[in-house]
Ligand binder design. Structure first.
Ligand code: SAH
Length: 225
């Protein structure tokens, strides 16, 4: 354990995972259209290299998705930033639900921006790792649960925002039901064999959908693993 911490400090020293590297990633994201300064700041605050296997830590600040085991991936930083921007939608939601904890990185970003983050993951192995990491980073406003995200987290509803990080065939009805009025749900959804990132806002009258463009996510699966 001590040895591991030492290694991490050395990493910082030689720059692969340094603050400078993180700042360069933020410059890239800004160039590629991310505008919400709060989101960019959160990206500089969260050590993405802590969320991937040590063998991959030198690549943690590249703008690419990386494997996290169990045939799953940590999303590309640009998509994390874009989805975070979309769920905040210029406002200040305080209670967010994430479906697909994966590495825990997206939840950590959200934890810097909102009061409480609820996140569910169907693969127990990933969940355990994520929980340990988030605890290590003292992110105590994240609540993690081993559950099928199709069902959301009913006892904590309504949420000010919901973010789904795996692609579904359609947006689960339960998730729409758990979205508060004025809230935004962001989710990749399959359409004609391709995936589109949808932002769905709940109004007094119903739901308004905006298409944010084509994306590539791992599929949303049913049941626990
Ligand atoms: N947000 C993650 C990336 C997630 S990859 C991060 O920041 O690292 C998508 C994750 O969704 C995977 O871990 C996958 O196991 C999970 N997933 C897929 N279907 C799910 C479901 N029905 N309920 C909960 N999690 C699910």
């Amino acid at each position: 354990m001590i040895h591991k911490h030492k290694l991490r400090d050395e990493n910082r020293g030689i720059g692969m995972t340094s603050q400078g590297t993180r700042d360069r990633l933020v410059q890239t994201l800004r160039r590629e259209g991310i505008k919400d300064e709060r989101v960019l700041k959160a990206i500089t605050q969260v050590p993405r290299h802590e969320f991937v296997d040590e063998a991959l830590s030198s690549r943690a600040y590249e703008n690419t998705a990386l494997p996290i085991g169990q045939r799953q991936t940590i999303s590309q930083p640009w998509i994390v930033a874009r989805m975070t921007e979309a769920v905040l939608d210029g406002g200040s939601p305080q209670k967010i639900l994430e479906v697909g904890t994966g590495s825990g990185y997206q939840a950590a970003i959200l934890a810097h921006l909102v009061e409480k983050v609820f996140t569910v993951e169907r693969i127990d192995e990933l969940l355990k790792l994520a929980r340990r990491r988030l605890h290590g980073l003292r992110l105590n406003n994240i609540y993690v649960r081993h559950a099928d995200g199709h069902l959301g987290w009913p006892s904590q509803a309504p949420f000010d925002g919901i973010m789904v990080t795996a692609a579904a065939q359609s947006v689960p009805r339960e998730l729409l039901d758990q979205l508060g009025v004025g809230g935004q749900l962001v989710a990749p959804v399959e359409k004609n064999g391709l995936q589109r990132l949808l932002a769905i806002r709940r109004t007094d009258e119903g739901f308004e959908e905006t298409d944010l463009g084509g994306v590539v996510f791992v599929p949303m699966l049913s049941g626990l693993a």
